[in-house]
Ligand binder design. Structure first.
Ligand SMILES: [Zn+2]
Length: 238
């Protein structure tokens, strides 16, 4: 009986200790994300091996030629898709790569990129099968994000006839992904930041691209805009 009690007691103590260890280990993982720091060390070491001066040079200045405005989707990271190194592209990302006239975050990024970094290209890049676009096209309530998705519903409303004429849902969503990029390119061009840069003779092209997650390939939507004469008169600032 005593043995049995002792056995139960030891087992319980062992379980409690194991539970405590598991909890501590989980807490350590939650707090410190050691796997990511380990991965970072490997990445930095690989880059240093290829170019021992890389980080020293990068620390002294950034001079990117490009500003990327893309979706926050984890499958669409600018540097990896373009196969370019840190320092080569300035990046702003949000849900469904939207450029809103009152979004001080996005506008500040554009201003810094254009006025200070003097980028020569702004790339608005969307992607097919975008969760933000899909969510905007249904009638469910998604919470706070519905206020953001309304900008995409506006894009649908502007192009309703063209989108509704598509045969199936997939084609409709794909077309909305493309039209959303085209609208956001226009929104970038309508900013005083871009128009003032053009007025001062700064060379600046605004591009609209789309990316397909399922094959990793980018496509140019052929809406590149390089001057005030290419935008609608109503949006021109003299
Ligand atoms: Zn997306």
């Amino acid at each position: 009986m005593l043995q049995s009690d002792l056995g139960v007691c030891l087992t319980w103590k062992h379980k409690r200790k194991t539970l405590h260890c598991d909890t501590s280990r989980n807490l350590a993982i939650m707090k410190f994300l050691k796997n990511l720091f380990d991965s970072n060390k490997v990445w930095a070491a690989n880059i240093k091996e290829a170019d021992p001066e890389f980080f020293t040079k990068l620390a002294n200045q950034q001079r990117p030629d490009y500003l990327w405005i893309g979706c926050a989707d984890s499958r669409v990271p600018a540097n990896e898709i373009l196969n370019i190194m840190p320092g080569e592209i300035f990046v702003h990302r949000n849900i469904a790569n939207v450029v809103v006239h009152t979004d001080l975050n996005c506008l500040s990024v554009i201003q810094y990129a254009v006025d200070v970094l003097k980028v020569r290209h702004i790339i608005v890049c969307g992607h097919y099968n975008c969760g933000g676009i899909n969510a905007a096209m249904d009638n469910s309530e998604h919470g706070l994000i519905d206020n953001w998705l309304r900008h995409i519903k506006d894009v649908y409303r502007f192009h309703k006839k063209q989108i509704d004429a598509m045969d199936n849902e997939k084609d409709k969503l794909d077309l909305l992904c493309e039209l959303n990029v085209i609208e956001q390119v226009a929104n970038v061009c309508h900013t005083t930041i871009v128009q003032n840069a053009w007025a001062s003779g700064q060379e600046l092209a605004v591009h609209g691209w789309i990316y397909r997650v399922s094959d990793g390939i980018l496509r140019d939507l052929d809406v590149c805009t390089t001057g005030i004469h290419e935008i609608a008169k109503i949006h021109r600032i003299a």
